[in-house]
Design a protein around this ligand. Structure first.
Ligand code: ADP
Length: 812
């Protein structure tokens, strides 16, 4: 079937598809069309990686839009949202507007209402539903990409419940679910009342095999000699072998999957020697240019390491990379300039980077839940293997696992080559998931009674899989109990109502357990601050939003930040404070408050305390404690004990104490960031990538924003402390720069340079000598003009202004 035979698409689209090289639909695509995917029918497509699932979704969405409807494309990862948006934007010339909803959970952007196709993660969609985004009611078509991820205990339940909600809002909603090949696609289709398109068809032949000894043994019985030299690794031999076999004058590229970021980087460095010796001068020159582009993205070790590999024709790829790094690497790989990518499996499914040869080097991975190294699922390995073979370029794709001995080879054949993929199983009945979704379901009015709730949950995959209503009712009751005990819900005569705070928690998209932790911590902080204030004969500020008393600074009280910056050595507890130690640490050394804009009565509440509080909620992925970390953070634990909000576990509560230290490590990263430590030092100190810093900062920002709202609502006297801690982590600066970083175009580095040139506030910037501003901004005239304009300067022009050398000297 050809695109032009489809009459449902917007005008011009079939021709455009054919111009892209899609002359005939692939068989699964034809099957989906026959099942009505272009006519508004729900379809589950369970087909192998790289066999054209995206086009099935596009046919559904574009046809829906042509009928006057609106479509939503749900992606599993944020990193994929903008990629998909870019992909769909090619339809804008045919009148299809595309939008992406990323960013903060709350910034939903009303303009999405005007888009025809919206791309978002399931978390984002769930959040939009909870916040009542009106356009959700207009949706006529929803696509769930990688629907087999309902099996993922982290993200699966959200996808499941979100689909159930969307289908409740619009009972005629077309649902198109795209799935890798799984064992029980029929169950998924039944759950979604959808037609099933199931196929093993692939656009290019895939040979799967295991390398053992001096050869790859393929599933079709064939063998390929790949001898491993003395001191050589199997992976290196396989990468070299693929490159040396030329097809149409081109060697084959390889994609190597490993189990951790560090391994990805290590393997890329080693394999770069293999690729480097096989580059021609032209490629070398192009790769030098690319390495420069990579260094320009950011000034970090990761950036340097990546550039060093890329110069030699290899690269690593993992979720710790900046998005720009990732796309530079992917494009260069598709252009056959980069010959080998070593990747973690995170993006294996979503990113379209086919290679002639896929090498699955690691088939085990550390598993926090079960402990130790556990084998990967067949499904996951099949998805990696499916990336092998570039249609039209390679004769066939080869996917290779590695074995050191015969037994392992046999095991790998059993487990991955011959095996069928697993079934997907709902993870909704896990309590954290249910806790969150039950509250949201009640708060956003999808259910108002216990029975109504159970009926709603009956639309989930969980219900359709277990058929055990009693079990679902039992966990649901336990969850209702928890939510009521924490005052998020009220239960009266079988009616369920969310409390004010319950509504807030749901809208803020918090796990109720995070909210409970935050509320307890803040309450405790306020109490001990009050106890201190009483002990020190101070009055307590009457309410969170009240003005800071004018005389606070003069009175010599120490602000929270002084504690962070300097001494937090508690020690001599003031007995008159009665209750314990959470508060005595702060110095009360009068005059040392040095006239900063001090605020008085929250001396025990420091940014570190707040960062730690949010870092220990289940909504923050904490940093792991590596070997040696335990001593480091245990020491810091005692040094800074008085800053923690809430009750610290004792050392004898092993697991809880360890968690507390991991949260401390995470909080220290945030504190370093908010103290202007440079990115490189942070990545080194905590063993993370620059992308991770961003991730932690974003999560902290969101959770502190939530904490601020909760404090406000509960009238807790910590709102200002929370706001400041949030601002500091958001901008990555010390307190004194917060005014300057409020100016558009002024980030942490520029603000620091302006400050050092003597320009300390926005008001001063507005009046400042242009040559000083220019000097502080390293002579960049356009930047200086933009900054002055943003701060409201009448005449921002830099024409004829010479930069003040002393300012730039001061700044360096
Ligand atoms: P999946 O989502 O199943 O992993 P993709 O949708 O990414 O696979 O498709 C893989 C590649 O195949 C894409 O580059 C796409 O443009 C191409 N493709 C899809 N359908 C066709 C077709 N009918 N004819 C030619 N190429 C196609």
């Amino acid at each position: 079937m050809r695109p032009s035979e489809l009459s449902t698409l917007p005008d011009g689209v079939p021709e455009a598809l054919e111009a892209e090289g899609i002359e005939e639909f692939y068989p699964p695509q034809t099957a989906a069309v026959e099942a009505g995917v272009a006519d508004g029918e729900s379809v589950v497509a369970s087909v192998p990686t790289a066999s054209g699932k995206t086009l099935i979704a596009e046919l559904a969405m574009l046809s829906a839009v042509a009928r006057g409807g609106k479509a939503l494309y749900i992606v599993p990862l944020r990193a994929l949202a903008s990629e998909k948006k870019t992909e769909f934007e090619r339809w804008e010339e045919f009148g299809v507007d595309v939008g992406v909803s990323t960013g903060n959970y709350q910034s939903d952007g009303e303009w999405l209402a005007s888009r025809d196709v919206i791309v978002a993660t399931s978390e984002k969609v769930d959040s939009l539903v909870r916040n009542g985004a009106p356009w959700v009611n207009d949706l006529t078509c929803v696509v769930a990409d990688e629907v087999h991820l309902v099996d993922d205990s982290g993200r699966g339940p959200t996808l499941e419940v979100t689909l159930a909600k969307l289908r409740k809002i619009n009972r005629d909603l077309q649902v198109v679910a795209l799935s890798a090949t799984v064992g029980n696609a029929d169950q998924v289709a039944e759950w979604l009342d959808a037609a099933l398109v199931e196929s093993d068809w692939r656009p290019i032949e895939l040979k799967m095999g295991v390398h053992y000894g001096n050869a790859v043994n393929f599933d079709d019985g064939s063998q390929r000699e790949v001898p491993v030299g003395k001191g050589q690794k199997q992976t290196a031999a396989l990468v070299a072998d693929a490159l040396d076999e030329e097809v149409d004058g081109q060697g084959g590229s390889s994609l190597v999957f490993v189990n951790s970021r560090r391994n990805a980087e290590g393997a890329a460095k080693r394999l770069a020697d293999v690729t480097a010796s096989r580059l021609d001068p032209e490629e070398q020159a192009e790769l030098e240019g690319l390495a420069g582009d990579i260094r320009d993205v950011s000034d970090t070790d990761t950036s340097d390491d990546l550039a060093d590999c890329v110069r030699k024709g290899a690269a690593f790829h993992h979720a710790g990379l900046a998005a720009e790094h990732r796309s530079l690497v992917e494009d260069a790989f598709r252009d056959r300039l980069v010959k080998c990518i070593c990747a973690t499996p995170t993006l294996a499914a979503g990113v379209n980077t086919p290679a002639r040869r896929v090498i699955v080097r690691d088939w085990k991975r550390y598993d926090g839940e079960f402990g130790g190294m556990q084998p990967l699922d067949t499904l996951e390995v099949h998805q990696m293997m499916g990336r092998a073979g570039r249609p039209g370029l390679d004769p066939y794709g080869e996917a290779v696992l590695l074995a050191k001995d015969r037994d392992t080879m046999d095991e790998l054949f059993e487990r991955y080559v011959w095996a069928e993929p697993e079934d997907v199983r709902s993870k909704l009945a896990a309590e954290p998931a249910l806790r969150t979704h039950v509250l949201a379901t009640v708060a956003s009015g999808f259910a108002t009674t216990r029975d109504g709730l159970l009926e709603f949950l009956d639309r989930t995959l969980y219900a359709s899989q277990t058929g055990d209503d009693a079990r679902l009712a039992e966990v649901t009751d336990r969850v209702l109990e928890y939510l009521a005990a924490n005052e998020f819900l009220e239960r009266e005569d079988g009616t369920l109502t969310a409390t004010g705070i319950g509504h807030t928690v749901s809208r803020l998209y918090l796990d109720p357990m995070s909210a409970a932790e935050i509320v307890d911590g803040l309450r405790e902080g306020v109490e001990s601050a009050d106890a201190d204030a009483v002990a020190a004969g101070r009055r307590s500020r009457p309410d969170g939003d009240a003005e800071v008393p004018e005389d606070a600074a003069d009175a010599g009280f120490v602000t929270g930040n002084d504690l962070v910056a300097g001494d937090a050595d508690g020690g001599d507890a003031d007995d008159s404070a009665g209750d314990a130690n959470a508060g005595e640490g702060e110095s009360d050394e009068g005059g040392e408050g040095d006239g900063e804009e001090g605020r008085d009565d929250g001396p025990t509440i420091t940014p570190l305390g707040l960062y730690h509080l949010v870092a220990r909620t289940p909504d923050m992925y904490q940093l792991y404690l590596k070997s040696g970390d335990r001593e480091t953070y245990e020491e810091q634990f005692y040094e800074r004990e008085e800053e923690f909000l809430g009750h610290a576990p004792s050392e004898f509560e092993d697991v809880a104490f360890e968690d507390w230290l991991a949260a401390l490590k995470t909080a220290r990263l945030l504190e370093d960031w908010a103290s202007e430590l440079d990115e490189d030092t942070i990545t080194e100190r905590y063993g993370v990538g620059p992308g991770d810093i961003r991730g932690k900062v974003d999560t902290a920002e969101w959770l502190l924003g939530a904490a601020e709202q909760l404090a406000n609502e509960l009238d807790l006297d910590v709102v200002l402390d929370v706001r400041e801690a949030k601002k500091r982590v958001e901008d990555g600066v010390r307190e004194e720069l917060l005014d300057l970083t409020g100016v558009r175009g002024v980030g942490r580095k520029r603000a620091r340079r302006l400050f050092e040139a003597g320009i300390e506030t926005r008001a001063e910037l507005r009046e400042a000598d242009k040559s000083v501003v220019l000097g502080a901004l390293r002579g960049r005239e356009k930047t200086a003009e933009n900054v002055l304009q943003a701060v409201g300067r009448q005449d921002p022009s830099m024409e004829g202004v010479r930069k003040d050398a002393s300012a730039s000297a001061a700044a360096t």
